[in-house]
Design a protein around this ligand. Structure first.
Ligand code: C2E
Ligand code: MG
Ligand code: MG
Length: 686
């Protein structure tokens, strides 16, 4: 009957019934002996019953009495023995009962004994503690308290326990007296009569509600983003996979994955701190969720609510990581629905956020991958949406782009290029080319700009085809580690071979990725130092767009670089913010006017005027000016006239390899093209 005593208790019971059986025999024997004794005594009282011979009678009587006395004695001894045994067993049983009582009353688990008719014979006090039912409530406590969904399983398990003797472990929900649901873990065992028939069940219930909640929490956190509580990538992929499955079965089921990236989130994070960045992400997540909630949208896709916004079916908002959010919008009619959703998201996000008293305006780039029945994988759809998002970023941010196959081809090409580039770094396929920078006062080469060329097995690849990707992927850092020391060593060799009053200089481009490296200054210092070049002869070119992106931070980085002793040039001036007054805050030495201006200055009066003003203002700020991309004599003449110090361009030389530079330097005075002679004002050949 009781779990814990399963073996000891039936043994005691069997032994007891054995002893009790024997007791019956004993009493039967005792009655027999008493009858014989009575008969003997009666025979003495009634003379007629005397035996024929007195002698014989006397002997026999004596023997009779002796024998009977011995029997009675034996009987008494045995009875006492039996009685002692019975007493001991009863004591044992009482002791066990007491123990059972003690255990069941103090057990953390709820223990119940139920008979075959379902009447509760015993309920341990834990019921009141755990489920709030006092013993009087428990008489009416019944199967009804079990959650309706779980009732079939519970009765099935009880039946099984009755038949097999032991039921399986079962989890089910029961109602607490306060109306809430608790989860119980339960095992039922049958208790049987000595003849083996089941008399009822002993049920041990454990309250596992908290464990269940902890498990659910764990499962939830495995599928949700800790910061925003949105679905994470795993859950999103699962939902997209399911959507693909539904679309396979129902041809008219269409859905889209929207990939949303917050433009310039890094800037918020860096300027306001990560804590504020997190708050912003949480608020963005809330806005995304509320702008997509079904309740918001009232009814099905295809209809319009008053504001003319698209109506959604189900949607899942996820945060796969960082500042990226993803929306799975289901039950769409066509691509326009998805675009309308994207636009709505962008509109909602454009309302300023207030974080730590700062008003923050956010824009988002959205990529859409629309699924209209093709057999694909969830990862592919997500990747397509991401590719479209990148396109939205590239084409000016705060935009929405729909994925098409051309994009996939582009992305694939990009990926191939990236792999190729990594291999090329290992194979040292990147080479430095040098373009001379010429003094417009005397026509001499004063320095070079180092420009990278990729000499791939398929032919020469120009920087515009690989530098942007090299920068995005960080491969530029590896390229630079190879090329900067080599160019610096080259410079030293040329300085030694072609000494001049003002030593030759080397200009090196710094990419956005390099510029954002926290240890840029020390990296460059180390590379220059290893090569043995004089930092004073090395100029670092930073485009004005990079420098102005975060003016305050740039000033710090530029000051660190300046402290190394290197020169600082602002490259491609005129293509970005073009603010000379803001440049004043930076410790720069030289301004390089972008080719776009130089190339038009001889054909367009306004451009000529702009260049003139730039040169004038730069001089006022104490900056030297280099004109980029000089291709014609006319441009050269104009630049000289307006007092531009230096120039570089195809007119003098295209970027060439180191051997060609040696030749150029060797003939510096005499062999530079005939333009020297023709140039307005002419240079003095030396
Ligand atoms: P940039 O720094 O403005 O370099 C000047 C570019 O103008 C070079 O293009 C050069 O060949 C070109 N150029 C010079 N004179 C003329 C001319 O008269 N006419 C024309 N049409 N073009 C002229 P390149 O070598 O193709 O490099 C393009 C850009 O790639 C560079 O612009 C620079 O921003 C980047 N770059 C090149 N090499 C490196 C490198 O090693 N590291 C980094 N970070 N960027 C590099
Ligand atoms: Mg440059
Ligand atoms: Mg430039």
């Amino acid at each position: 009957m009781y779990n814990s005593e399963s073996s000891a208790r039936p043994k005691t019971l069997a032994r007891m019934s054995q002893v009790e059986n024997r007791e019956w025999w004993l009493w039967g024997f005792a009655v027999g002996v008493t009858l014989v004794l009575t008969f003997g005594i009666l025979s003495l009282t009634f003379p007629g019953l005397h035996l024929a011979s007195d002698r014989l009678y006397l002997v026999s009587l004596r023997e009779w009495v002796r024998a009977l006395a011995a029997l009675v004695l034996l009987f008494d001894i045995y009875t006492v023995y039996q009685h002692l045994q019975l007493q001991r067993m009863r004591r044992q049983l009482n002791e066990r009962n007491r123990l059972f009582q003690l255990i069941s009353e103090n057990a953390a688990d709820m223990i119940a004994v139920v008979d075959n008719n379902g009447h509760r014979i015993y309920n341990s006090p834990a019921y009141q503690r755990i489920l709030g039912y006092a013993s009087e409530d428990l008489t009416s406590y019944s199967f009804d308290q079990v959650h309706p969904d779980d009732q079939p399983r519970v009765s099935e398990a009880a039946e099984k326990a009755r038949v097999t003797g032991r039921g399986e472990r079962l989890e089910y929900r029961v109602r607490h007296k306060d109306g809430s649901w608790r989860v119980l873990e339960s095992t039922a065992s049958a208790y049987r009569a000595p003849d083996g028939t089941t008399e009822g069940l002993v049920i041990v219930n454990r309250d596992i509600t908290e464990r269940k909640q902890a498990e659910e929490l764990l499962a939830h956190s495995a599928l949700h983003d800790g910061l925003t509580n949105l679905a994470n990538r795993t859950l999103l992929l699962d939902r997209v996979t399911r959507a693909i499955g539904v679309a396979k079965r129902h041809a008219d089921f269409k859905f889209a994955v929207l990939f949303i990236d917050i433009d310039g989130f890094k800037v918020f994070n860096d300027s306001l701190g990560h804590g504020a960045g997190d708050v912003l992400l949480v608020q963005i997540a809330q806005r995304l969720t509320t702008s997509l909630r079904r309740a918001d949208t009232v009814s099905r896709v295809g209809q319009e609510i008053e504001s003319g916004e698209a109506i959604l079916g189900d949607s899942t908002v996820a945060r796969p990581g960082g500042d990226e959010f993803t929306v799975l919008a289901e039950e769409l009619h066509n691509l326009s629905d998805a675009i309308r959703i994207a636009e709505r998201i962008q509109r909602r996000l454009s309302v300023p956020f207030v974080i730590e008293d700062h008003e923050i305006v956010v824009t988002a780039s959205v990529g859409i991958a629309f699924h209209s029945g093709e057999d694909t994988q969830a990862e592919n759809l997500l990747r397509d949406a991401e590719i479209a998002m990148y396109r939205a970023k590239q084409t000016g941010k705060a935009r929405c782009e729909v994925f098409d196959n051309a994009m996939r081809a582009g992305a694939l090409k990009r990926l191939q290029l990236e792999t190729e580039m990594r291999r090329a770094v290992e194979q040292a396929e990147f080479q430095v080319y040098y373009q001379p920078i010429v003094s417009l006062q005397d026509g001499r080469i004063v320095g070079f700009e180092a420009l990278t060329r990729w000499l791939s097995p398929k032919g020469m690849i120009m920087p515009s085809d690989f530098i942007p990707i090299a920068d995005e992927t960080g491969i530029i850092l590896a390229i630079n580690r190879q090329l900067l020391p080599e160019a610096c060593r080259q410079l030293r060799t040329w300085q030694q071979r072609f000494p001049s009053e003002l030593p030759l200089s080397l200009s090196v481009n710094v990419s956005p990725k390099q510029f954002s490296q926290p240890d840029l200054a020390s990296q460059i210092a180390q590379l220059i130092q290893q090569s043995g070049a004089d930092p004073k002869c090395v100029n670092l070119e930073i485009t004005e767009t990079i420098a102005m992106a975060d003016a305050e931070k740039s000033a710090g980085v530029l000051n660190q670089l300046k402290a190394l002793g290197v020169g600082l040039d602002i490259d491609d001036f005129g293509t970005g913010y073009s603010s000379l007054s803001r440049l004043q805050r930076f410790p720069v030495d030289t301004l390089k006017i972008d080719r776009a201006f130089v190339s038009r200055m001889d054909s367009d009066e306004d451009t000529h005027e702009i260049v003139r003003v730039i040169v004038m203002l730069a001089h006022n700020l104490g900056l030297k000016v280099v004109a980029e991309g000089v291709e014609t004599q006319a441009q050269l003449s104009l630049l000289r006239k307006i007092g531009c110090e230096c120039a570089q361009g195809f007119l003098f030389s295209k970027p060439v390899d180191k051997y060609s530079i040696v030749k150029l330097l060797a003939t510096n005075a005499t062999l530079l093209p005939e333009f020297w002679a023709k140039a307005a004002g002419g240079f003095v050949a030396q």
